[in-house]
Structures are given as C-alpha cells and as structure tokens.
Design a protein around this ligand. Sequence first.
Ligand SMILES: Cc1ncc(COP(=O)(O)O)c(C=O)c1O
Length: 221
Amino acid sequence: MDVLDLAKRLGLEPHGISFHVGSQQRKIKAWDRALAMAATVFRDCAERGINLSMVNLGGGFPTRYLKDVPPVVQYGRGIFRALRKHFGNRIPETIIEPGRGMVGNAGVIETEVVLISKKSDEDEMRWVYLDIGKFGGLAETMGESIRYAITTPHDGAEMAPCVLAGPTCDSADVLYERNPYPLPVTLEIGDKLLIEGTGAYTSTYSSVAFNGIPPLKTYHI
Ligand SMILES: Cc1ncc(COP(=O)(O)O)c(C=O)c1O
C-alpha cells in the first residue's frame, strides 16, 4: 500500500500488483490465498483514490518430475473461482508468468557416467559421477528440492540407491545424497543417461567454465 501510495504521489500511475506463490506449486489453493490478499490491497487502494486494474498471478505452475502434478485446467478453474470469490463482478485484468510449467517438459539432458566408485571397501553405497552437476546446469538440485526422472540403458534391471554427483572438484557438487537415487546395479562408466524434465532452469544456470567445463550445449528442435 505504501509503495503504491508513494508511486501515486510521485506522479506515477499505479496499475496493479504482482505475486508469485512459490515455484512447483502443487497446491492450487495457494492462488486463492494470494488473491484474497490482492483483493484487500485493491479495496484499500480504492479507499485512497487509487484504482488498480491488473493482477499478475506469477509463475508457480508445476511441471512433472517424478510425481504427478494437477492438470493445467484445474489451475485455470481454481484461479477463476478465486477471482470470482474475491473480486466479485469486478475481475481485474490478469496476466501470468509461467516458467517450468510451460517449458520444463520440453527439454531433456543427455549425460554420461564418468565414474562409479565407493568410499571404502566396506561401504555399500555407490557414488555415481555424471558429466553434469550443480554447476553444469542442475543447480535446482540444491537442497535436493528438484528430483529429476532419469532413464538409463539398463532400465528394468535390479536397482540400488546411489549417491549421484557431478564432475567438478567442488564438494558441493553432489546432486542426491541425503535421499540417494535408485539406479540399475548394472550401470557402467560410459553409459549415457537421460535426465528428463530439464527444459527450465538448466542451460541458463550452467556456469561459463567452472573447472574448465564449457557451458551446457543446447539443441532446439
Ligand atoms: C518473477 C518471476 N515470475 C515467474 C517466474 C517463473 O516461475 P515458475 O517457473 O515457478 O513458473 C519466476 C521464477 O523465478 C520469477 O522470478
């Protein structure tokens, strides 16, 4: 409110407000809560003589990684219901800024297994090193928050959990360790894997030349 008020006093024209309900948002209700708050701002602004006309509903629309996500039509219906509930017949202009929900499934990364090792002879857990890691485009595995689907040439074979790591010398370059990733026991160095759902936030996150590794190559079909 204060910012919009200041904008008006500076001679600008307050047009609307924007929010982002959090990326990979699987709770459609999140928009209901945000729109309730937006409607309050619209009403308070109107009392101060500021007539807002636009709500930017942000991104947050999810893409499918390992878990199913609600279909986009359910988001449309849920958001429209919330707009009617909170704005009545005076629904503002709306815009959206979808990111991963629009392009997440439009990309796949091919990677190669560069090393399979164990920390010691007694250790059961395999460490599988790929030629891509946190610095080559998989930054969103930070905190193991985004868990990509990975296919291998051995799919259907017996699986065992692995720590999955990237190729750089940085100790942070570990993708999944707290929650190890199941991969075929027959996996070998040199195998090519496909990391699915990597159309968003990958090549743009790829470092320029960390550890001498060139940025992720992209091919647009
Ligand atoms: C301002 C803004 N809008 C939209 C997006 C897209 O978000 P998402 O990929 O969650 O749809 C982002 C993502 O960082 C953002 O910062």
